[in-house]
Write a protein that binds this ligand. Structure first.
Ligand SMILES: [Zn+2]
Length: 250
């Protein structure tokens, strides 16, 4: 899969630009193998299909979908990729399924949500976060849109194609995966929500981290990497603080 020494072998294009209201979706392609990382919300389906068309691809050309985690804004167009395998962290899948089911339990959900977000009450905006989370869950969560169970391959046990590595960054949600892609001498990081935004995390409309301390460490770790970085909810940038790895001496 890797090109001649030093030649980029993967082309990485942002399909949906991350914003405070929507998650990044990224195409990774070497011309034969086409991979889409995260798939957005239902109302973004036509935008995603249009972005693929501009790359001369149809959803059925995409062999692999990768989900960084199972918050609604990252997974709900999986179902258009009917021919794809879906690589995702099982820990995040199981956690999100239980969370979204418990948020439907009338009367008891405020107590149940603390199992998933034990730190939420430390935050002065706890109640507004929790009710926003519930509103999102009731409005959007739809397991039909995740693709069929037979499509899933769990990242915990299934390696990604050569040149790509899933790094577990569990501060945002348990099992969350960020992707590191070595592309010749360039490194590309598809961070998912381990890095919400380059500088403005607090503006992003998502839940607080499950583990604030760990999220801080994940964020630092991502920002210590040189190269192109695609945050979960912000435009991509070239990280200037840590220059991309240069060629090893021959
Ligand atoms: Zn998100």
């Amino acid at each position: 899969m890797s090109g001649p020494a030093g030649q980029p072998s993967w082309r990485i294009e942002v399909l949906l630009t991350g914003s405070m209201r929507g998650a990044s979706s990224v195409l990774i392609s070497n011309g034969r193998l086409h991979i889409v990382v995260d798939t957005g919300l239902p109302h973004e389906e036509s935008v995603l299909v249009g972005a693929l068309e501009r790359q001369e691809l149809k959803p059925s050309d995409v062999q692999i979908v990768v989900n960084t985690h199972f918050h609604v804004d990252h997974v709900l167009n999986n179902r258009i990729f009917t021919k794809s395998l879906i690589y995702a962290p099982q820990e995040s899948y199981d956690w999100a399924k239980r969370l979204y089911a418990d948020l439907r339990v009338e009367g008891d959900w405020e107590k149940l949500v603390l199992r998933y977000y034990p730190e939420v009450m430390d935050d002065e905006k706890a109640l507004s976060y929790m009710s926003a989370l519930r509103r999102f869950a009731l409005r959007w969560w739809d397991e039909q849109r995740l693709g069929s169970r037979a499509q899933f391959r769990w990242l915990e046990s299934q390696p990604l194609p050569d040149g790509m590595e899933a790094v577990i960054t569990s501060g945002h949600v348990p099992g969350h995966a960020s992707l590191l892609i070595s592309n010749g001498h360039e490194r590309v990081v598809v961070a998912g929500d381990a890095l919400l935004s380059r500088a403005h995390d607090q503006r992003v409309l998502t839940m607080i981290p499950v583990n604030k301390k760990l999220y801080g460490r994940d964020r630092e770790r991502i920002l210590s990497l040189g190269g192109r970085i695609v945050p979960g909810h912000d435009a991509e940038f070239q990280n200037p603080d840590a220059p991309a790895k240069t060629a090893e001496p021959a």
